[in-house]
Ligand binder design. Sequence first.
Ligand code: UT7
Length: 315
Amino acid sequence: MDGIEIVATGVGIPSKVMTNDDFAKIVDTSDEWIYSRSGIRSRHFCDEGETNATMSIAAAKEAFERSGVSADEIGCVVLATVTPTYASPSTACLIQKELSLSEDIPVLDINAACSGFLYGLEVARGLLADRDRKYGIVIGVEHLSKVLNMEDRSTCVLFGDGAGAAVIKSSPDAEYTGYQGAKGGLEIFIEGVGSPVSHVHMDGKAVFRFAVSAIPTVLNHIFEKSGYTMVDVDHCICHQANTRIIDHVIKKYHAPEEKFYKNMDHFGNTSAASIPIAMNEMIEKGMIKPGQRLLLVGFGGGLTMAGAMLKYAGK
Ligand code: UT7
């Protein structure tokens, strides 16, 4: 099957910023506790009128406009989220309408929690393989503030809202190695449609233990499958849940620290959105250059884990 590459990225970031000090006024916590345990200083929360749909549309539009691709070249929209505005229609359908994309393309939402964007890349790759339209839009988005229990200090301080999108291109020349897996389990969950309350519940320690084993599992699969090693990777972008998870992996595997980007200090954990938001930030800062090889690693709810090694083609 053809590989895929990143052509352009975009984001939809809500306007309201919640600092750790803001949380200290709501629950019994402190900037010192939150920062030392997670590396988080602030996060964005949706304000009135901002939703999963508005953030997704903003991110997809930005990536689409930056790509220079025309609407009839887009062959699919795959959107990963656990916090959709509507159970139906999918947010992907709203993007299709907003961007005036073709009617004969698949547009769908998927749920693989914090690994969602990387699952989305793989799904989009499959959908584009047999199609004349060779470009796809993949989005990771979360409106987690609407499912946070603001009385539970062990979860509410960790998460944020946001969306990140990428326009990808499917091509026989594009390098791509993917991995997707899951262990199952309810260590982190949110009640579903029809439930009187819908909150994030998390056994933080169990998820932490899973996370520090999931990253090496993903890396091993990707390196074995691709034949590449960390030396061949320009940037490794892990899901931005906790700086201590990434630091643990760097230390245990003597990995080069400068290859691991971290931005949870100003976004918190945005689940499916964290990897595309970080990738976009790095591209905007000029850290990721066209032709560079990226290794993306996700882990989270459902005890899903995923990786994608691919290149940033640029425009
Ligand atoms: O995206 C999905 C993936 N999610 C993750 O990867 C999250 C993984 N887990 C973690 O990142 C960490 O487990 C946490 C940051 C969630 C927690 O860190 P921890 O070192 O495991 O803390 P803890 O849960 O063991 O809590 C230690 C203490 C407890 O008090 P006691 O029982 O020792 O007296 C908590 O009640 O800290 C207390 N605590 C807090 N104190 C102040 C919990 N939350 C807070 C808080 N402020 N916000």
